[in-house]
Every structure is written in structure tokens, then in C-alpha cells.
Design a protein. Structure first.
Lengths: 232, 212
């Protein structure tokens, strides 16, 4: 069971505010539950400044003890998730984008446990940037992208063939406000894939797809992307 | 007010039964370690491309638009020299074929290295009365269609033809087509009759493509 729907996007900060805001969201949820349809949501929320200065980044499955809004603590987990697709023989190179799926089983937010992403179609990405004092800065999340995926025979497939859309479950919201917006990989480059404001939690759900516009050599192509959240 | 109290009670109850769902790949850095590189995470990507081997001779799917599907239609190419032409050594053009006038579309699309192509007939064309015309009397001329190089055609024989090997580029991907124009060489004078036909009297040739 996951928590019920929550309010979204730029909620006021502070523990008291969180509780009041969440309760308001639940009231709204109760009112709209019968008629609410599946919609796409952004989710960012202000968090209280506190020591120590902290950056936290989560992509897919790993570990977080409890929920942030309930006093939980972030932790490290070395598990690396995989986004994959096996193209059907009849579809190879037919220009129909092929949806990728994750082996992550986590769709719940580490902020409040809300079932934000739909696995295996969507990959959770979230994190926070917390400083010891208030401020108006922000930090980018970057992706370090290899030039190509490679198979056992040395054949290559450009990372630029992979793109993603963004979303998340919730009662309201807009893709235009996603902290981690839609994009396409820049092969062999470091690119910005999102931003987190100072003293903010931010999260999105990514849906990856393979462009499938050409016929590559048969094989299983693999490659690893590094995501980085660095504070100034 | 009473409603509000009930609602808060429901919220508290919901919070109590919520499991700790947040177990996700993560990296946390604090203090000076928040600077470069800061917190990092990885995602692996995997795309599996199966082997594909597409062969079209005559009527078939629109491979030029990415449609690689099976079509069961078998075309008939016919030759009918006039009485005055029989055996005069002048080749006779055919009729039929998906491009008409004895011309067939031929194409190979593949992604796993060299492709070997051959053609197999059961035997010489027969007329049902014991007479025959050797398949060597039917020639195939390949000319370019959409690819820069025409797909070469096997030379027909009364049985299996010699193999034609289409060499793949370093990408291992072959997309090669041609117009195959069939002609009757007309260098002999066979007995009168109708030789071959629609899958009768050895009238059908089977083209086969293979790859590693």
C-alpha cells in the first residue's frame, strides 16, 4: 500500500508547512478521488536548511531509510539499474520508437513514499540539495554519456538514439515544470539533465525509448551513463 | 470541526500502515564532499538487436520503408518466342514479374555479416511429355534499383546454382537490391510445348539466403 495522492510542485518549506500542506493535499485527494484520472505531475518541495550541507541523488533502486519528510535518512547503495529493450525482428529499423523498461522495482518517492513512478516503464530520479542556511542558488544534475553502446563484437550504437520523456503520478502538474525534463542523450558529452534548487527536494519519472531509425548489426549493446549532482 | 478530526484520524492511520517503500540506488555526500564530484549514480542501458535476414524476389514487402515482412506471392515469368524466333540465338524477353516484362525486384536486408545467395530448381524445365529445356537457357541480369551496387543474381541451373556471396561492410549490415531481368537465351530448338509453369514441371526456382 502506498500513501494517497499528494499535492505537488513548489510546496512551502518547513516541517510544519509540510504537514499542513500534505494534509491539505489529502483533503483535496479525498474530494477528488472518485473523479481523478491518471495525470502527469512534477514534484519539487522546499526543505528546511540544516547542517550538514548535503547532496543526495537517487536513480532507480537502492537504499533510503524511511522517508525524508518523516525524518528518514539518505544512504548509499551501489546497485546500478538497467534500462533495456529487445527489438522484435519485424521492427528492427522501422522508425517506430521502442519503449525501454527498467529493472528497478522502486516507484515510490523517497521523500514521502508516494507511488510516484510506474515501474517498469518509468525510472525514478530524485534527490535534494540542502545547505546550512537559506539561499536562492541551485545545482544541476549532469549526465556523462559515452559516445556509444557497444556489443561483444565491437559494433556500436550511438547513445543519441536514446531519448526520454518525463512525468510522474499525481492529481495536478505539468511536464513543463519537471525538475528533470525530457531529453535525448548527447553522445560522448556531459549534459545537464535537471536542476535542484537550494534547499529543495526534486524528483521525476523518466521513460526511455530507443529511436530505432536504422538497422544496426545484430547484437546486445550496452553502455553506462553517470549522473552527477555537485554542489558549489 | 468534527469532520476535520475524523480526517486527521484517517491520515494518522494511513501513515501508520505505510511500509518503508524507499529503497533506491542512491548516493549521499555531506560537507566538503558535496563539491565535485558530489553525489553520483549510474544507469546501465541495453539494446538487443536480433539477427534479421530478409530476401525478396518479386512481389514482396516494402523493405525500402522498413517493412520487413513475409509475402507468400510467387510470381510467374513467361517466355513465348514466335515460330520465326525459335532457336535463332536472339534472346527473348519475358513477361510477368512484379515489375512486368520479366523483371523482378530482388532485395537482401541483413545485419550479421556476409550473405550467401543461391537458387535451386528441381531439374530442367519439362513439358510433361518428356521434353526439357535446361535452366541455363534462362539468364538473369542484375541492374541497380535503389542501392549503389546491384544485388548479384545466381546463375540458374538444373539443380542448385553456384553460391553468390554478398560481402558485408564493417557495419555487418547489408541493404542491397536490384532489378533482375530474366530472358530466354533461345539458342536451341526444343520440341514444341509449354515448359514449366506454376509449380509444375520443375517450373519453380527457390532462392535461398543464409548468413552466419
Amino acid at each position: 500500500m502506498s500513501p494517497p495522492r499528494r499535492d505537488t510542485n513548489q510546496r512551502p518549506g518547513g516541517a510544519g508547512w509540510h504537514n499542513a500542506s500534505r494534509l491539505a493535499g489529502l483533503v483535496l485527494c479525498v474530494a477528488l478521488l472518485a473523479s481523478a484520472s491518471h495525470t502527469v505531475c512534477a514534484f519539487t518541495v522546499t526543505i528546511a536548511a540544516a547542517a550538514p550541507k548535503t547532496v543526495y541523488l537517487q536513480v532507480g533502486v537502492g537504499g533510503f531509510t524511511g522517508n525524508y519528510n518523516a525524518g528518514g535518512t539518505p544512504g548509499n547503495n551501489a546497485t546500478v539499474n538497467k534500462e533495456s529493450v529487445a527489438v522484435a525482428a519485424a521492427a528492427v529499423g522501422n522508425a517506430t520508437a521502442q519503449a525501454m523498461a527498467t529493472d528497478s522495482t522502486v516507484g515510490a518517492s523517497s521523500y514521502d513514499g508516494f507511488a510516484f513512478c510506474n515501474v517498469p516503464a518509468q525510472l525514478y530520479i530524485g534527490g535534494f540539495y540542502r545547505t546550512t542556511t537559506a539561499g536562492g542558488g541551485s545545482v544541476n544534475v549532469t549526465a556523462t554519456v559515452p559516445a556509444a553502446l557497444v556489443d561483444a563484437g565491437g559494433d556500436t550504437l550511438s547513445f543519441a538514439r536514446i531519448s526520454w520523456t518525463t512525468g510522474g503520478n499525481g492529481p495536478t502538474g505539468s511536464t513543463s515544470t519537471q525538475p528533470f525534463p525530457a531529453g535525448v542523450f548527447a553522445a560522448g558529452a556531459v549534459q545537464t539533465v535537471g536542476a535542484i534548487a537550494q534547499n529543495q527536494w526534486a524528483e521525476s519519472c523518466w521513460t526511455f525509448s530507443y529511436g530505432n531509425t536504422t538497422i544496426p548489426a545484430a547484437g546486445t549493446y550496452t553502455g553506462r551513463v553517470l549522473y552527477t549532482l555537485t554542489a558549489p | 470541526m468534527r469532520n476535520s478530526i475524523i480526517l486527521k484520524g484517517l491520515v494518522a492511520a494511513a501513515a501508520a500502515v505505510v511500509p518503508l517503500l524507499c529503497h533506491a540506488e542512491s548516493n549521499v555526500q555531506t560537507g566538503a564532499n558535496t563539491a565535485a564530484p558530489g553525489a553520483t549514480a549510474h544507469v546501465d542501458f541495453q539494446i538487443t538487436i536480433p539477427k534479421i535476414l530478409y530476401l525478396r524476389v518479386g512481389t514482396g514487402s516494402s523493405y525500402t520503408t522498413g517493412v520487413l515482412s513475409s509475402v507468400g506471392t510467387v510470381d510467374l515469368v513467361s517466355f513465348a518466342p514466335t515460330a520465326a524466333q525459335v532457336g535463332n540465338g536472339t534472346a527473348v524477353a519475358g513477361t510477368g514479374g512484379d515489375q512486368t516484362n520479366g523483371v523482378e525486384t530482388a532485395a537482401v536486408v541483413s545485419n550479421s555479416g556476409n550473405v550467401t545467395l543461391n537458387a535451386t530448381a528441381t531439374g530442367a524445365l519439362g513439358d510433361g511429355a518428356g521434353d526439357s529445356i535446361a535452366y541455363t537457357q534462362i539468364t538473369t541480369t542484375a541492374t541497380t534499383l535503389t542501392s549503389a551496387t546491384a544485388l548479384p543474381a545466381p546463375t540458374l541451373a538444373n539443380g542448385a546454382s553456384a553460391n553468390v556471396v554478398i560481402t558485408a561492410p564493417p557495419t555487418k549490415v547489408i541493404i542491397q537490391d536490384a532489378k533482375w531481368t530474366y530472358a530466354y537465351a533461345n539458342t536451341t530448338t526444343p520440341p514444341a510445348g509449354t515448359y514449366g509453369g506454376v509449380n509444375v514441371n520443375n517450373g519453380r526456382v527457390v532462392y535461398t539466403a543464409t548468413m552466419p
